[in-house]
Every structure is written in structure tokens, then in C-alpha cells.
Write a protein that binds this ligand. Structure first.
Ligand SMILES: Nc1ncnc2c1ncn2[C@@H]1O[C@H](COP(=O)(O)OP(=O)(O)OP(=O)(O)O)[C@@H](O)[C@H]1O
Ligand code: NI
Length: 355
């Protein structure tokens, strides 16, 4: 009998909406987002710049700024993250759910050696003695291919690619069950990018942990993820097994992404990204869509299941498909919350990557 590693749900995001209060108006960065990440699964999140990916990644750990308002539920192993106390959040961040943000250079303390920054995580979270924590830090450096004899060196003494590796060591130090990796290889050349992402995925898979991999890069998503969600203007427009989404895209935006030419590593689709303060009526993609129907500017399509866990938000696909089902049709209790006015979590708490 084979054991399925992808069967148990680790995280479930239910009708999540995030908006930011700004002087220009309310920026609706995430609207009604629902998806699950299973144990051992690498889940990709793709979409063009400004569509709301980072907002979603940060919302999962409640790392958003004080002008953010969150609705919905984020359930991690049966507990709604949005209802946890700050104390409970402290034991979740870094330890159960880790996060790697885009730019490693801003994530390290310039006046502390990299070894002591990693050791500090073990001291803070696991109460380790200095010597043991330093030993663990050396092991982590070796694991990501950095000679541990360099542990006393400072961040500026490492190249960008090496700092990315050290950031991996930081993010995985506590063996989190879920790693949120937000464009962790931004700015690196394509070969180095894939090499680093392969190190991350190898380590994540080794622990049978899960990962939310946020990327602009379809090639990366194709090579490394099990399932993928495509985001457009704050909404998920398509979600399914990566191989299916790539080989048989059902949403015109996914199709356009697949056929766009990568420019400076970013995907570009003809037309302009819509405003998230006053998004287009009906389908948000309709002003850029070459397949639009008369109703597309009036009716806001639902995310519907076409076949076998493949969900699409498009009236045309809906029309062309015989058996469509609604995603998560159960009623979700909506809990509006303002992020409490708490100080930003310290670096050792989340790892040194959030400063
Ligand atoms: N703290 C904030 N206050 C106000 N608006 C914000 C804040 N953070 C993000 N936004 C807005 O929310 C929207 C989504 O931004 P987000 O950073 O989540 O996009 P993204 O998909 O990660 O983009 P990129 O690919 O460029 O990283 C943007 O319009 C952005 O300007
Ligand atoms: Ni981002």
C-alpha cells in the first residue's frame, strides 16, 4: 500500500480579503481568496506585479502594516491564525511557519556576523546555550553550501547569491512545517535562481514540509511546484495541478502569461494592470481580454471547478465546460479584523529576514 504525502491539509485560506487604507482610497489587495496547502506540498502563486501576492504571503503570518484590514479565515492545523494572541503568534512565526522575503541585503543586521544571527534564532526560540546554538548555526550554513569557517564574517562580505543561501539557512533553521518564500531569488541570474530554488525545495521536501512559492517566473513554478494559483488584480483566477494549469490553461490571463515573453525576468501581458482601488466591473480581466463576451463587463465570474481540482474564474470557460462546480460552497464566517497595533516582530522571532 502506498502512502500519500499529499493528502492532509496543512493550511486553509478561506474567503480571505485584505484591504489597505490609503489617502487615495481603499486598496483592495486580496479579495475572497480561498485555497489549501497540503502537507508536503509545494504550492506556487504567480501573477504580475502589484496583483497582491506579497500581501497574501504576509497576511498568512499577520505581518501586514497597521493600515491593513483582514477578513476571512486562515486555518493552520485547525486554528484560525487571525484569532491567535500575539503570544501564540510568536510561537508560530519562524517555528511552524517561516517566511523569506525578496531582498536579503535588507534582512541581515550589518553589524552582526551571519553565524551569530542564525545562532540567535536557536537561542530565542529554543533557549539553546550559546555554544550549542553556534554549532547548529554552522550545521545550517554547511547544509546550504556555505563553508562554516565563514560564520564569523559579516553580511557585506558575501555575494548576493551567498546571502540568499544564508537566508535559506535562516528560514529553515527551525524546520518550519510551512515556508512562505516570496520571490526569494529576485535579482539573481536565471541559473543561480534555479540553483537556489532547488536547494530550498530539496530541503523542504526532505523534511516533508510545505511551501508557498511566490514567483513571477512561470518556468520556476512549472519546474518546482505541485499545484499553482494564478492571481489577477487581487483575485485567484485559476488554480489546479501545475502540470494541468500549464498544459491546459483555462483562463485567458493564464494563457496570456504562458505566451508572454519574459522581460528582465518578469512576465508581461499586453495592457495595463487595473487599479485595485476601483477595479473594473464584471470580470477584472475583461478590458485586457481578447475573448470577452458581452456579459464579461457586467457579471463577476465565480471560481468554478471544471475537472479534477482545476478551478477557473471565467464566463467563457464556464460556458464551454459541461460540469462546473463552485469552490468551497460552504458558508464561511467572516471575521473582520484590524491588525492590532503591535510592534513589528523582532528579527530573531521571524528569523532575521523580516526587518
Ligand atoms: N502597506 C500598504 N499600504 C497601502 N497599499 C499597499 C501596502 N502594501 C501593498 N499595497 C498595495 O497593495 C497592492 C498589492 O501589492 P503586493 O505587494 O501584494 O503585490 P505583489 O503581487 O506582491 O507585487 P510584486 O510582484 O511587485 O511584488 C499594490 O497595489 C500595492 O501598492
Ligand atoms: Ni511582491
Amino acid at each position: 500500500m502506498s502512502i500519500s504525502f499529499l493528502s492532509t491539509q496543512l493550511l486553509s485560506v478561506e474567503n480571505l480579503s485584505v484591504s489597505f487604507k490609503t489617502s487615495r482610497g481603499l486598496v483592495k489587495a486580496n479579495e475572497n481568496i480561498s485555497f489549501e496547502i497540503k502537507e508536503g506540498e509545494i504550492f506556487g502563486l504567480i501573477g504580475e506585479t502589484g496583483c497582491g501576492k506579497t500581501t497574501l504571503g504576509k497576511a498568512l503570518l499577520r505581518l501586514l502594516s497597521n493600515n491593513a484590514r483582514i477578513e476571512g479565515r486562515i486555518v493552520y492545523r485547525g486554528k484560525n491564525i487571525l484569532s491567535l494572541s500575539e503570544k501564540e503568534m510568536r510561537s508560530l512565526r519562524g517555528k511552524k511557519i517561516g517566511i523569506m522575503l525578496q531582498d536579503p541585503s535588507i534582512c541581515f543586521n550589518p553589524v552582526l556576523s551571519v553565524g551569530s544571527q542564525i545562532a540567535e534564532i536557536y537561542r530565542y526560540h529554543e533557549g539553546m546555550r550559546k555554544k550549542d546554538a553556534e554549532k547548529k548555526a554552522s550545521e545550517m550554513l554547511e547544509l546550504v553550501g556555505i563553508d562554516s569557517s565563514r560564520k564569523s564574517e559579516y553580511p557585506h562580505q558575501f555575494s548576493g547569491g551567498m546571502l540568499q543561501r544564508i537566508m535559506i539557512a535562516v528560514a529553515l533553521a527551525l524546520k518550519p512545517r510551512l515556508l512562505i518564500a516570496d520571490e526569494p531569488t529576485k535579482g539573481l541570474d536565471p541559473d543561480m535562481k534555479l540553483q537556489i530554488l532547488e536547494i530550498i525545495t530539496k530541503l523542504v521536501r526532505k523534511e516533508n514540509s510545505s511551501m508557498l512559492l511566490i514567483t513571477h517566473d512561470l518556468d520556476v513554478a512549472t519546474k518546482l511546484t505541485d499545484r499553482t494559483a494564478v492571481m489577477y488584480a487581487g483575485e485567484i483566477v485559476e488554480i489546479g495541478k501545475t502540470a494541468t494549469v500549464i498544459s491546459d490553461p483555462k483562463h485567458p490571463y493564464t494563457f496570456a502569461l504562458l505566451h508572454s515573453l519574459p522581460e528582465k525576468g518578469l512576465m508581461t501581458v499586453l495592457g495595463q494592470s487595473p487599479s485595485l482601488i476601483s477595479p473594473p466591473s464584471g470580470c477584472r480581466y475583461h478590458p485586457r481580454c481578447s475573448n470577452q463576451l458581452a456579459d464579461c463587463s457586467k457579471i463577476h465570474p465565480e471560481l468554478l471547478e471544471h475537472v479534477d481540482d482545476h478551478f477557473v474564474r471565467c464566463l467563457l470557460s464556464e460556458k464551454n465546460s459541461k460540469n462546473v462546480r463552485r469552490k468551497g460552497s460552504k458558508n464561511v464566517r467572516r471575521e473582520a479584523q484590524l491588525i492590532p497595533d503591535t510592534p513589528s516582530p523582532g528579527c530573531a522571532e521571524v528569523g532575521v529576514w523580516h526587518c
